[in-house]
Design a protein around this ligand. Structure first.
Ligand code: THU
Length: 132
């Protein structure tokens, strides 16, 4: 993926973050996925007063895309306003692995920091349907 393509995905995730519903943690996250079709799907975290029902930005983006018929993705960006770049949580890593496999994962903040990982770095020895 080129730097320009990464910047587009980071911009989309940053804009989605503005819609975060995070009145409990005040921790706002945006995510953006690039589908194999080229379309970009975004998500933000959506919290609930029953805390365990909270959905992370990454899963919202994945489920939005899936519900519109997309299945494969090649990159995901995650944006939060943190000094240490925010990575996907464990649950999101498993969901991302199911549909994004070894995609590029781009982490960014609002201080111009960007790091690029692969899903296989974040979730080594992943469980998936190949074991069933
Ligand atoms: N959160 C995300 O949306 N994505 C991440 O990668 C990390 C955590 C959200 C969930 C919750 O609303 C808040 O951040 C604090 O955990």
């Amino acid at each position: 993926m080129t730097d320009e393509e990464r910047a587009i995905l980071i911009g989309a995730a940053s804009r989605a973050r503005q819609h975060a519903h995070a009145p409990y943690s005040h921790f706002r996250v945006g995510a953006a996925l690039r589908a194999n079709s080229g379309r970009i799907f975004t998500g933000c975290n959506v919290e609930n007063s029953t805390f365990g029902l909270t959905l992370c930005a990454e899963r919202v983006a994945v489920f939005k895309a899936l519900s519109e018929g997309e299945r494969g993705f090649d990159a995901v960006a995650v944006v939060a306003d943190t000094e240490r770049l925010t990575p996907p949580c464990g649950a999101c890593r498993q969901i991302l692995w199911e549909f994004c496999r070894d995609s590029e994962v781009i982490l960014s903040n609002f201080r111009g920091q960007i790091i690029v990982r692969r899903m296989s770095d974040l979730l080594p020895d992943a469980f998936d349907a190949s074991f069933l």
